[in-house]
Design a protein around this ligand. Structure first.
Ligand code: HEC
Length: 256
C-alpha cells in the first residue's frame, strides 16, 4: 500500500521534530528554546514543501486529499467538521497563549527574605546589623520631639505611601488592586511587627529592585525611596508606621 503524499510530508515533519527533541533534549541534555525550534521547523517545512512539489505530478498528489476534502460532495460532513474544529482550535490556542496568568508562580516567594548584612544607600555603605533608627531614643528622652517626628512621618506617608499601602496602613490603597504582589498590610502581625527598623529602612530605601533573589520571581512595585526621600524622612515614616499600628519594632536585645 502506498502512503499518500500528504501523509508522507506530515510524517517527515513529525520525524524531524522528534529528532530535534531527541538530539537536544535526550542526547545533549540541552533544552531548545521553543522560538528556535519553531524557526527550525519553519525551514524544515519549507524544505519539505519544495521537495514534495518539485514535480507537477507530485504537487497534484500532495494536494489531492485537501482538494477532495474541499470539493467532493460526499465529504460534506467531514468538511463541515474540519472547518469548524480547525478554526476553533486555532482560536483557543491563540487565546491560551496570549491570556496573562494571574496565578502566583509555583515557587514560593519569600515575603521577608533575609536582608544583606551591608547595603549601599545614599551613596554610602551601611552595615544593617548595626543600623538603628536615630530618632527612636526620643520616645523616652523627649516625648514632645518624638511626637513631632511621628507627625513628620505621617506627612511623608500620606504624600507617598498611602496610594498603595492604604490610608489605614492595611495594604488597601487605591492602587493596590492592580498590583501583584500586593502592597503589604502593616496592621498584620506578619509584617512590620516581626521586623527590625533597620530591615524596614533597607526595604524602603531600596524598594522592589533591592530585593535579593529569593524574593523573585515576583516583580515588586515598591519604589526605591532613596531616590525621592531623605534618610531623615525614611526614619520618620518608620516611626509613624509603628506608632499608628501600635506595634513595636523588633530589636536585638529583647526579641518579641
Ligand atoms: C507603588 C506602590 C507602593 C508605594 C507607593 C509604596 N509601596 Fe511599599 N510596598 C509595595 C509593595 C507591592 C510591597 C510588597 C512587595 C515587597 O515586599 O517589595 C511593599 C512593601 C513594603 C515594605 C516591606 C514590608 C515587609 O513586611 O517586608 C515596606 C516597609 C514598605 N513597603 C514601606 C513603604 C513606605 C514607607 C512607602 C512610602 C514612602 C511605600 N512603601 C510606598 C508597594 C508600594
Amino acid at each position: 500500500m502506498k502512503i499518500p503524499k500528504l501523509l508522507q510530508a506530515v510524517l517527515v515533519l513529525i520525524g524531524v521534530y522528534l529528532g530535534f527533541i531527541l538530539v537536544f533534549d535526550v542526547l545533549l541534555d540541552a533544552v531548545i528554546p521553543s522560538s528556535v525550534l519553531a524557526m527550525y521547523m519553519f525551514f524544515v517545512a519549507a524544505g519539505v514543501f519544495m521537495v514534495f512539489t518539485f514535480e507537477e505530478d507530485g504537487t497534484r498528489e500532495l494536494v489531492a486529499p485537501i482538494k477532495a476534502l474541499v470539493e467532493e460532495p460526499s465529504r460534506r460532513l467531514i468538511r463541515n467538521i474540519v472547518f469548524v474544529v480547525v478554526p476553533v482550535l486555532a482560536g483557543a490556542g491563540t487565546y491560551f497563549q496570549m491570556v496573562p496568568s494571574l496565578d502566583a508562580p509555583v515557587e514560593l516567594r519569600s515575603i521577608h527574605p533575609a536582608p544583606p548584612t551591608a547595603i549601599k544607600v545614599y551613596g554610602k555603605r551601611v552595615n544593617l546589623l548595626k543600623l538603628e533608627n536615630p530618632y527612636r531614643k526620643f520616645e523616652k528622652e523627649d516625648p514632645e520631639k518624638f511626637k513631632e517626628l511621628v507627625a513628620g512621618g505621617a506627612k511623608v506617608y500620606i504624600q507617598n505611601c498611602q496610594y498603595c499601602h492604604g490610608d489605614k496602613l492595611d495594604g488597601k490603597g487605591p492602587y493596590a488592586a492592580g498590583l501583584n504582589p500586593t502592597p503589604l498590610n502593616f496592621q498584620d502581625v506578619g509584617t512590620i511587627a516581626q521586623l527590625q527598623e533597620s530591615y524596614l529602612f533597607w526595604r524602603i530605601a531600596t524598594g522592589g529592585p533591592g530585593l535579593p533573589k529569593e524574593a523573585a520571581p515576583w516583580i515588586s512595585s515598591m519604589p526605591v525611596w532613596q531616590n525621592f526621600l531623605s534618610e531623615e524622612e525614611i526614619w520618620q515614616v518608620i516611626l509613624f508606621l509603628y506608632d499608628y499600628t501600635g506595634r513595636r519594632p523588633r530589636s536585638w536585645e529583647h526579641d518579641g
